[in-house]
Design a protein around this ligand. Structure first.
Ligand SMILES: [Zn+2]
Length: 293
């Protein structure tokens, strides 16, 4: 009987070992990629197509400035092959993730961008300019090719299609914003520094680089004066957060409110309509052109 039990145990051990082995050797069939927030997620998805599973770390509809990952979210990233992040102070929490997980490769996709300095910091909102977006797309494509070389041709093809779309948008921004009646536009937080620089406009913002900041009464009064003096007809709100001071400035001055999307995340309505990053860049151009003429 003893002999029988030990043979039985031996078989059991061999079985459990082989089942363990098959589990370990079973690799995920697709490259697993994480992107820190919406614009990077959408660009990555457009290049990765169906060769990779791309996940957005910051949930859609969540404002990403000052966001922090939970322990569970950090643990989930361990299983990925690649994490793309922006840098420039937008997703600085990524350093905490990078030091906590050993699985994925981390790639900063703002490399090569001529960043706009604001005091000791830099303005991170590069994705709002189709000119800068081309650099992001190139860095994302290179990261995918390095992580999954057997699909290099596929990623290159998708990238070229995306690059054509971004170049087309860049020309449209240049053309349609070249001869506007006025060059000054008013926004809540200074997300459009790169749009202003790349297309020769003048952005006036009520708060600084993060919409978390409080609007100072002095700044609000200054903007109201500016609107009256320059006879500005439109001011811009942000669909994701709808900041209150914009509404009060509008009712004080009679200026109309138009959306100018910071594309930091999608609203429920934008998701329902199937909008993407490119669609929102086009919408921003339409509204800029309208406000400046
Ligand atoms: Zn922002």
């Amino acid at each position: 009987m003893k002999k029988f039990i030990s043979i039985f145990l031996a078989i059991l051990i061999v079985f459990s070992l082989t089942s363990c082995n098959t589990k370990i050797s079973k690799k995920p069939s697709k490259l697993a990629v994480y992107a820190t927030f919406y614009p990077l997620y959408d660009l990555t998805k457009k290049i990765a197509g169906d060769k990779a599973t791309v996940q957005n770390i910051i949930p859609p509809g969540v404002e990403p400035h000052d966001w922090e990952p939970t322990t569970k979210q950090i643990a989930d990233i361990e299983g990925a092959s690649l994490v793309v992040y922006l840098g420039l102070g937008m997703d600085s929490w990524i350093s905490k993730v990078e030091s906590s997980v050993s699985g994925p490769k981390f790639v900063n996709v703002s490399n090569g961008i001529d960043a706009i300095k604001v005091g000791n910091a830099v303005n991170p909102h590069v994705w709002l300019s189709p000119k800068e977006a081309q650099i992001l797309a190139k860095n994302i494509k290179d990261a995918l090719v390095n992580a999954d070389n057997k699909n290099a041709k596929y990623y290159e093809d998708n990238y070229n299609t995306l690059l054509n779309t971004l170049k087309q948008l860049d020309s449209e921004y240049t053309e349609r914003l070249k001869n506007t009646k006025t060059k000054t536009f008013i926004v809540y937080h200074s997300a459009f520094d790169y749009v202003a620089r790349d297309y020769g406009l003048n952005q006036v913002s009520i708060v600084g680089m993060s919409e978390e900041a409080e609007a100072s009464p002095a700044k609000v009064a200054e903007v109201i004066q500016l609107i009256k003096k320059e006879n500005i007809k439109y001011i811009f709100t942000e669909p994701l957060t709808s900041p209150k001071p914009i509404q009060s400035i509008a009712s004080e001055t009679g200026a109309k409110v138009l959306p100018l999307n910071t594309i930091e995340g999608l609203t429920k309505d934008e998701m329902k309509k199937g909008y993407d990053y490119i669609k929102l860049l086009q919408q921003n151009l339409d509204n800029l052109q309208k406000a400046l003429n």
